[in-house]
Design a protein around this ligand. Sequence first.
Ligand SMILES: *Cc1c(COP(=O)(O)O)cnc(C)c1O
Length: 367
Amino acid sequence: MEVKLLDLVPQHRKIETEVMEAVRSVFETQQFILGDTVRSFEQGMQRYHQVEHALGTASGSDAILISLMALGIGEGDEVITTPYTFFSTVSSIVRTGASPVFVDIDPETYNMDTSLLEEAVTDRTGAVIAVHLFGQSADMEPLMELASEREIPVIEDACQSIGAMYRGMKCGTIGDAGCLSFFPSKNLGGAGDGGMILTGNEELAGRIRALRVHGEVERYRHKYIGINSRLDALQAAVLDVKLKYLEEWNRARRDNASRYTAAFSGIEGIMPPVVRDENESIFNQYVVRVERRDEMRDHLSSCGIGTAVYYPVPLHLQECFGYLGWEQGSLPEAELAAEQTLALPVYPELPRKKQEYVIEKIEEFLR
Ligand SMILES: *Cc1c(COP(=O)(O)O)cnc(C)c1O
C-alpha cells in the first residue's frame, strides 16, 4: 500500500468544477493584480476571522516581512521568536536588519516556552513573533500580558494554523498582526504561493497596504520603501472557493488525529501530540515523538508510507545564522525535538484503511 504524507488530488477532484470556473472568470476580466477578486477573498477572510483588515500578500514569508516593516523594525532591534519553526520566520527578521533572539520551546507543544520569554526581553526588543506550530496556538495569554506590559508589539506566525482557536479566538487575530500562508500544503492552500496579514489596527493596515505596493500611497507617490508583494487574483479566486470547505477539512484532520492518538496512547515508545485544553488544533501536521525516529522513518518508508521531519535543524544552528553565535546545546528542547519528531499523514481525505495501515506499521516497528 502507498500512503502519501499529503495527497491533494482527492481534494481537488471534489471541487474541480468550482475551482476551474473561478479561474476562468479571472481570465474573463483580465484583472490579475489586486482588484475585485482579491478584495472579495480578503473580505471573506475578514468575516471568517472576525477581524477588521485582511490583506493579501505574495507569500506567508512576505506577510511576516511586511508586518515587521510596518512595525518599523530594523537595525538595532531585537525580535524574539522560536528556533523551531520554518526558516522564513527568522530570515524575515534578519532581512529588516534586526537580530533574532531565540527562546527555547515547550517539549510538549513545540511552541515557544513562554516562561522563558521575560529573560529574553531587553530594551532593544522591538517585537515578538509567536509561531503557532503544526496547527496549535502558542501560549498567547502570558505572552500578550508581558508584551502589553512592556509595550512590545506581537506578530503571530499563523501560517500553519489557519482556523485554529485559542480561548475562543482565532489564531492570527490575537496579536498586532497575524500572518497566514496559502502554500499548497497548508490547511487553506492555493495553486501556488500566497499569504495574508490580519490586523485590527487601522494605522498598521494602512502601512501594510502601502508596503505591498512599493510603499505607494497614491499612484507614483511613495511614502515608504515598500516591496512588490500581492496575492495574485488567480490565487484569490481558488482560495475563495476553498475557504467554504476549510472548517470541514479542519474537522476531518482533527478526526484523523484523534484516531491516531487513541491508537498510540496504548503503545510504548511513541508520544502523540499534546493539545492544551485552551486550544483547538487544526493539525496542519500530526507530529509524534519517538526516540528511534530515523529508524522508524526508514521502516515506514520501506512500507510505502510518507513521513516528514519538521524540522531536522533548528534555526539557531543553521549555517547562515552562525554569525549570531548560538551554539549546540544552547536551546536543548528545540535540538532534541529536531532529533525525535516525525510528521505522519493526516490530510482530510486520508482513507481509513490507509490510516489503519500506518498505525499497524508503527506498532510493528515499536514492538
Ligand atoms: C509556511 C510557513 C511560512 C512561510 O510561508 P510561505 O507562504 O511558504 O512563504 C512561515 N512560517 C511558518 C511557520 C510556515 O509554516
